[in-house]
Ligand binder design. Structure first.
Ligand code: ATP
Ligand code: MG
Length: 398
C-alpha cells in the first residue's frame, strides 16, 4: 500500500471522551470512529489488526478440533423464553420487533441458539463430543460504555460451545479450550492468566477468566505471582493438557468476586502476593445441563437411556483485544504491535527530493519485490521531511 492512498483519518488532538491511552491512540491514528455511544466503525487500519487477531483465534480453535460455523446476530426471543433467560437478561439485551410484531433480539451471546441447532440434528451419543464456534458481532446495551472498544455495546467475539455426554468428558473439552486460550494469547504476545471466576448470567459452577495485567483494567485481581512464571508446554493429548491445568490450579489467582482475604493470606506467602488490575480478554464456563435441560437437548446413550448433553461455553473478546494489546504494550504514546498482528510487515521510507526520483524508483522496486513475495509492505510516497516520515510510518508499522 502507498501511504498517500491509505484511508487513515488522523486526529491532531485527543478527543475529550477518550480517557485511556488505547482509546486515544485508536481514535487519533484513525483505527476506529465512533458512530454513536458505544458503537464504532472499524476503519482500514483498525480493521486490519482486528482481522489478524481473529485469524489467530480461529487457527487455535481449529487446532483443538473445534469447527467454525456462523450464527446470525438477530435471534428469535422464543428460545430465550424456553431457557428462562429472556426475562433474566434485563436491559442489557437489545429487544426488537419485526414487522409482524414477532419478538427478536440482537444476540448478546449464543448458548440458546447453538443448543437449538444442536438438538435439531444430534440424537445419539455417537456424535459426541462436539466443539462448535463462531466469530460474530454481539450486542450488549452496557450501562456505561467506555474505554472505546474495550467496553462498548457492539463488539466482536469468538464464542465456542462444547457438547459432551458426561461431566468427565466435558472436563476434557474444557481443558482443551483452556489450553487453546493460553496458546492464543501467547501468539498475541500477551501474558493472560486464567483466574477462577464467578459465572454470572451464563451460570454454572466452573469458570476461568483470562486476564492480562494493565493499570486501566476493570477487573481487580489477586494472585500468587508465581503463576506468571509457568511455562506453556506443547500439549497434544488429554493427559498432558490435564497436567498443565493442574499446574495452573496450584496457584491462587482470582478476580474480586471470588476473593477472600483469609484464604489469600493462608495460601499465598506475603512476598508472593500480587494485588493489581487487569483486563478480561476471555472467559470460559462449564455449566452442565443448565441450557440443555430447559431446551430439551438430549442424546440416546448406548444402553437406550437418554441424557441431557453437558455443555460449556468459551468466549474471547476479539475486538476488546485490539484495545487491550495497546494498553499492555504502548510506550511513549506509541502503539507497539506484536509481529503476529502488526498491520504491515515492512515500511519503506525513501528520502524523496523534488526533481530526483531515483530513491523513489529504488523504493518502488523493493516494494514490488516484497509484495510479489507476499510480504505486506507500506511505501511512504509522501513528500514530507524524512524525520516526520519516520515518526508517522514507523508508528503505524509497530
Ligand atoms: P465483562 O465482565 O468485561 O463485562 P463479561 O464477563 O460480561 O465481560 P463474557 O460474557 O464473559 O463477558 O464475554 C466474553 C468476552 O467478551 C469477555 O471476556 C470480553 O473479552 C468480551 N466482552 C464482553 N463484554 C464486552 C463489551 N461490552 N465490549 C467489548 N468486549 C466485551
Ligand atoms: Mg466474563
Amino acid at each position: 500500500m502507498y501511504l498517500s492512498k491509505l484511508f487513515i483519518p488522523l486526529l491532531k488532538e485527543n478527543p475529550s471522551e477518550a480517557k485511556i491511552k488505547s482509546h486515544q491512540l485508536m481514535l487519533r491514528s484513525g483505527m476506529i470512529k465512533q458512530s454513536s455511544t458505544g458503537i464504532y466503525s472499524w476503519l482500514p487500519l483498525g480493521f486490519k489488526i482486528m482481522k489478524k487477531i481473529e485469524q489467530i483465534v480461529r487457527e487455535e480453535q481449529n487446532k483443538i478440533g473445534a469447527q467454525e460455523l456462523l450464527m446470525p446476530t438477530i435471534q428469535s426471543a422464543d428460545i430465550w423464553k424456553e431457557s428462562g433467560r429472556y426475562k433474566d437478561y434485563g436491559e442489557e439485551m437489545l429487544r426488537i420487533k419485526d414487522r409482524q410484531g414477532k419478538e427478536m433480539l440482537y444476540g448478546p451471546t449464543n448458548e440458546e441458539l447453538i443448543t437449538e441447532i444442536f438438538r435439531a440434528s444430534v440424537k445419539s451419543y455417537k456424535s459426541l463430543p462436539q466443539l462448535l464456534y463462531h466469530i460474530q458481532w454481539k450486542f450488549r446495551d452496557e450501562l456505561r460504555p467506555r474505554f472505546g472498544v474495550m467496553r462498548c455495546k457492539e463488539f466482536f467475539m469468538k464464542d465456542a460451545y462444547s457438547f459432551d455426554i458426561s461431566d468427565e468428558e466435558a472436563n476434557k473439552s474444557y481443558n482443551k479450550m483452556f489450553y487453546a486460550y493460553l496458546k492464543t494469547f501467547k501468539r498475541l504476545e500477551l501474558v493472560a492468566i486464567p483466574m477462577s471466576a464467578e459465572t454470572g448470567p451464563i451460570g454454572g459452577d466452573l469458570s476461568h477468566e483470562f486476564v492480562i495485567l494493565a493499570e486501566t483494567g476493570e477487573s481487580k485481581i489477586f494472585a500468587d505471582k508465581r503463576i506468571f512464571e509457568i511455562e506453556l508446554k506443547e500439549s497434544n493429548n488429554n493427559e498432558s493438557i490435564k497436567e498443565l491445568r493442574k499446574i495452573y490450579d496450584q496457584f491462587y489467582a482470582v478476580t474480586d468476586d471470588k476473593f477472600k482475604k483469609d484464604e489469600f493470606d493462608k495460601k499465598v506467602k506475603k512476598e508472593n502476593q500480587l494485588i493489581t488490575k487487569g483486563i478480561e480478554v476471555g472467559h470460559i464456563f462449564y455449566f452442565g445441563d443448565k441450557y440443555s435441560k430447559p431446551l430439551k437437548c438430549s442424546v440416546d446413550l448406548q444402553d437406550g437411556k437418554k441424557t441431557n448433553v453437558k455443555m460449556g461455553s468459551y468466549g474471547i473478546g476479539v475486538s476488546r483485544l485490539v484495545g487491550a494489546i495497546i494498553e499492555a504494550k504502548f510506550n511513549n504514546n506509541v502503539m507497539k504491535w506484536p509481529e503476529s498482528i502488526s498491520p504491515y510487515d515492512v515500511a519503506i521510507i525513501p528520502s524523496i527530493k523534488k526533481n530526483d526520483k531515483l530513491n523513489f524508483t529504488k523504493a518502488e522496486k523493493i516494494y514490488n519485490f516484497l509484495r510479489n513475495n507476499n510480504i505486506d509492505a507500506l511505501l511512504d510516497d509522501t513528500e514530507e521531511h524524512l524525520s516526520a516520515k519516520f515518526k508517522k510510518t514507523s508508528s503505524r508499522l509497530r
